[in-house]
Ligand binder design. Sequence first.
Ligand SMILES: [Zn+2]
Ligand SMILES: [Zn+2]
Length: 515
Amino acid sequence: MRSILGMVLTAILIRAQTPEMALIQSAAGALGGLDRIRTVKTLVIEGAGTNPNVGQNRNPDDPLPDWKVTEYKKTIDLAAGRMRIQQHRQAEFAFSMANDVRQNMVLDGDTAFNVDASGKAVRAPQAAVRDRRIEMLANPVAILRAALDPGARLSHFRTEAKLQLVDVTTAQGDELTLAIDATTHLPASVRWLSSSDNLGDIHNETFFQDYETVSGLQLPKHYLTKIDFRNYTTADIHVSKNIVDGDAGNLAAPADVRAAAPPPPPTFKVNPVHVADGVWWLQSTGNHSSAMYEFADHLTMFEAPASAAQAHALFDAARAAVPSKPLTEIIISHHHFDHTGGLRTVVAEGLTIISHMDNEQFFRELAARPATLHPDDLAKHPMPLKFRGVGERAVLKDSAMEVDLYQLKDNIHSGLMLVAWVPRYRFLSQSDMFDAYWYRFLWTDNYFANLDRLHLHFDKDLPVHGRIMTYDEEYAIVQKYKKSPDDYSAAAMRFCAYGAPCSGFPARQNKDAAR
Ligand SMILES: [Zn+2]
Ligand SMILES: [Zn+2]
């Protein structure tokens, strides 16, 4: 009978003999040697760069606006399986919400948490655990350590131009592909799959570039992350300092954070407000609502925003409010990702999208993407995209209802923005043009100028963000803001106090602090 030791040795030899393990070992050799890789305790990476803001450019084909990352620090405690990313981001684009944000995001084993400016730690949603584990592995030392773990599985050795590739399933079950430069044997990139409601499957790749020697290790001075949608860059970080085995600080989750349940994914409650005969405002929890119009034989909604879950909640509310007519059309105001999170659900439901004609190509790209990681409505129920393109003006009209659509001109937030107008009641619906809870009103003069040009001095605005308001209310808030912009946050809170519930205000203020 073979000894246990003999079986273990055989297993190690079999592992060592595979082309996959040979590749990992050659990379470990190039990076500083197997022993050096195995004895690293901590890595601290300091630098700066950009986080391009996918889905928020002015027009679909424009360059992406950037969050400038003025300070970046990634701390990896390899032995303990902990990581912290601290970054200071400033919006390099017109933004009405918090545009100067400090993030402090930590992973400790299966617990992800965020630390606010006061030092208070709050548990992050469970989805952040995998995201952050992969962010930890988007580092040449960390991915090699994970690949060398006896619990990891290596498979599918292959070559691709000047690269040698291996698939790594880590002991935690994360699947990544490691690419090794066939000449230098240094890790060239890691690839992994993620998903979103807008894009379905997302193929991500972080490239390791400009290696330098630090404490007997080769470490990149440049991390560049790209996705397969339009080959966008999502992060571009230049390293100013690589520190090996420096002080990682305390990255352990506090006991109360570990004991707390992670916040559940958002669910949406919709309150159908019957504003006038044939017109509804579908007031939703979260940051987005919709308007709905009753035509003679069908219903048309203005916006199916944010996410598949919210689109479902809005569709259910629309159908419950007017069960006698089918919902057939959704007006999508502009292409921004918080307004197209429901687009794939709209397509799967067979509804016609009405939007500016120059959005069509972009929307077709969103709808054509597979969703295998988390199969969504469209993956489960493929349907062709039905699109009705609109230019500067369109009239939706039958015996029961008229809704006019207008394109706003020269707006810096979106060049293809559509607003809806119900002439019978002088009702407007708009997205992102005005919200009383904003910190600043950077394109509101253009909004009012467009309303003047189009003679749309509304009695009521049934908006996507915020609550129903009159023209005079919106105008007064902006004039007040112009007089004392610094004082504006407090003014907005006071405004909420005598208006509708303003529960969204603090949550939105913090939204950018936690990914
Ligand atoms: Zn927008
Ligand atoms: Zn918006």
